[in-house]
Design a protein around this ligand. Structure first.
Ligand code: GLA
Length: 642
């Protein structure tokens, strides 16, 4: 570990059955020994609470704590995460283990961070059992107060679903056809909250016993079942697990940039930790392609560029047995010295050790992308005009252009204060609260620039249509009204002609838009909507809002966003050849420019004068050579007055 520059170890994540071999039996001696060894070696510990995989004795005694699927099937123990999030038995057993563990190690010199649970919800994000049903009712009572209110919110007169007693309410179990959408949406909210309650139970113990030790739990990028906006505020440090697919390097690089920006945004700009990645192969794809030499280092520094202050791995030693024995690790099954990935691990460890000055610095962003879990959940429920409008794909269709142009972006909750941003992008906000709608309008009228796509502002938080003409809460802001939706068939495209003459294509969606003050920038060119507006621009107060009524092809979308960002005065970090990413972090100890070559070939780039933070050498400006998958971090010379 010392050779690899390891200074922090996540320890004991799946060790419950070892730590507590029976209801009243505990064995901490082995953990004492490991903690001691690490401490002696100058290595700190991110100690896991070990609650992600209940031991066999617990589920044997309490089979009622096992999770149940929507169709009533109960999941058996034998893998991991086999617990119902609402189970009082699970919650109490977890709490009591955490009491013991924290009492034992509270003063241990190696302890610097707590790792609560592990990847909450990754296998079991919701449980439909009777215990969950009771918990769901309690949650609903708190939300609605009265049954009348619940009936109103869920629109239960439709299909004769009116409830006359709380006891009649169930999780949305497998039914003949679509369960009530309000019930489904609330169950998603409840399920995220139920897991959050499990986390909170442990956090409460830890913050009492070790008030100074920061607490994290590892996120999984854009993980749909958990509303990370709600989770992140309960964490001292946001952390993430990223497993790129080396067989799709370009998409992987884009997605990890996007995930990094999300993690930073979840922590309100604070540095985060890349808590898990792997040196080479995973074991859970149908085919597990290894990372190419250099890719692990590149993707590690990419996380740092997007705001991570720590880079960690799953796992230290590749296991000999168990379900993950073909998952790569820092130390392989075979000889370590001859394994190229080990050399890369050692190099990375040494390099990260030279970057202390970077810690605590921030990634300045002038653009915000509005992203919301509740809207995501509601949008992707069945029975919509088109099942092909997907929240993450919509967000990605915007994000990719910023990424390629080296423009840093934050993600923002729809109700966030957006004043600090020059440009706000709303790829899709199907569900919108009154507060969010008012906030977006106030942002634009106060001088902000906004770009919004179709099927936004359609429902309220109860998933009820906002009446008065679509998109009701944005009609004034956008200066238009949508009279009807005309989704496109799979594979169908529609030509879109811009006023300046260029012809683009739209896919997934089209709609009949009536301008009411907005200027038309482009029109549909064929079909029943021929001649009708497709892209519009509206001056609202002192700001400007763009509206896009289809999914434009990538070139047209890129051009539109470039236009919007030029008008908004948004700057790019650097203009570089395709496949080379530039991100800037700034802090008290200076400005750091990351240049990341995602290509399998050497490139030459324009470089500003500064100090190479990895080699300590001076860069006098001019041309800089970046090898395939190469990285440069330049501590920039600041001009007078900067
Ligand atoms: C997740 C889990 C780890 C391990 C890896 C495998 O990150 O947290 O325990 O299963 O996936 O990729």
């Amino acid at each position: 570990m010392q050779e690899a520059g390891v200074n922090l170890v996540s320890l004991g994540i799946f060790s419950w059955s070892r730590l507590q071999p029976g209801p009243n039996e505990f064995d901490f001696e082995w953990l004492d020994r490991v903690m001691h060894l690490l401490n002696e070696g100058g290595i700190k510990v991110d100690l896991a609470t070990a609650t992600a995989s209940p031991p066999p004795w617990l589920t044997h005694q309490h089979p009622e704590m096992l999770p149940t699927l929507a169709d009533g099937a109960r999941l058996w123990p034998g893998a991991r995460q086999h617990y119902c999030p609402s189970s009082p038995v699970y919650r109490e057993a977890a709490r009591s283990l955490v009491e013991r563990l924290s009492a034992r190690y509270k003063d241990h010199p190696a302890l610097v961070m707590w790792h609560v649970g592990n990847e909450y919800g990754c296998h079991v994000a919701a449980c439909y059992c009777d215990v969950s049903a009771i918990d769901f009712r309690t949650w609903l009572r708190a939300r609605y107060g009265s049954l009348e209110e619940l009936n109103r919110a869920w629109g239960t007169d439709f299909w004769s679903q009116r409830y006359s007693d709380w006891e009649e309410i169930l999780p949305p179990r497998q039914a003949p056809t679509w369960p009530n959408p309000g019930q489904c949406l609330d169950f998603l909210r409840f399920s995220s909250d139920a897991l959050l309650a499990c986390y909170e139970i442990e956090r409460t113990v830890l913050s009492r016993v070790t008030p100074g030790i920061p607490i994290t739990t590892n996120f999984m990028r854009f993980f749909k079942p958990l509303d990370y906006w709600k989770w992140a505020v309960q964490e001292d440090i946001v952390s993430d697990d990223v497993y790129q697919d080396p067989s799709e390097p370009e998409a992987s690089s884009l997605e990890s940039a996007m995930a990094g920006d999300l993690m930073r945004s979840l922590g309100q700009g604070r540095p985060w930790i890349l808590l898990e990645q792997t040196t080479s192969r995973v074991n859970w794809r149908p085919v597990n392609v290894p990372k190419r030499p250099g890719q692990m280092r590149l993707w590690s520094f990419q996380a740092v560029a997007h705001g991570a202050d720590g880079v960690m791995f799953f796992q230290w030693r590749q296991s000999r047995s168990g379900a993950e024995k073909f998952h790569s690790a820092m130390v392989p099954h075979g000889p370590v010295e001859s394994w190229p990935a080990w050399r890369e691990v050692v190099q990375l460890g040494a390099e990260l050790g030279r970057l202390d000055a970077l810690c605590g610095s921030r990634v300045p962003a002038e653009v915000a992308i509005v992203f919301d879990w509740e809207s995501w959940w509601a949008l992707e429920q069945p029975s919509k005009p088109s099942a092909n409008v997907r929240a993450l794909e919509q967000a990605r269709a915007y994000y990719e252009h910023l990424y390629r142009a080296n423009i840093s972006a934050d993600f923002a909750h729809p109700e966030a204060d957006l004043k600090a941003y020059k440009l706000v992008l709303v790829p899709n906000l199907y569900l919108v609260s009154d507060a969010a709608a008012a906030g977006l309008a106030a942002y634009v009228s106060g001088g902000g620039r906004l770009v919004m796509s179709y099927f936004s502002g359609i429902v309220d938080p109860a998933d009820q249509i906002r009446l008065g003409g679509y998109p009701a809460p944005f009609v004034e802001l956008l200066g238009l009204r949508v009279e009807d939706f005309a989704p496109l068939a799979v594979g169908e495209t529609i030509p879109v002609r811009f006023e300046a003459g260029q012809v683009a294509t739209g896919q997934i969606w089209s709609e009949l838009i009536r301008p009411a003050g907005a200027e038309v920038l482009a029109r549909f060119e064929a079909g029943p909507l021929k001649g009708e507006p497709a892209v519009l621009r509206h001056t609202f107060g002192s700001g400007v809002a763009h509206y896009i009524g289809t999914t434009l092809d990538s070139i047209a979308m890129g051009a539109l966003l470039e236009q919007a960002r030029m008008e908004a005065g948004v700057t790019s970090v650097a203009a570089l050849p395709p496949g080379v990413e530039a991100v800037r972090r700034q802090g008290d100890s200076g400005s750091f420019l990351f240049l990341l070559n995602h290509q399998d070939a050497e490139v030459e780039v324009e470089a500003a004068p500064g100090l190479d933070a990895l080699t300590g050498e001076r860069i006098e400006g001019g041309r800089l050579r970046l090898p395939a998958y190469g990285v440069a971090i330049i501590k920039e010379d600041l001009a007078e007055g900067q």
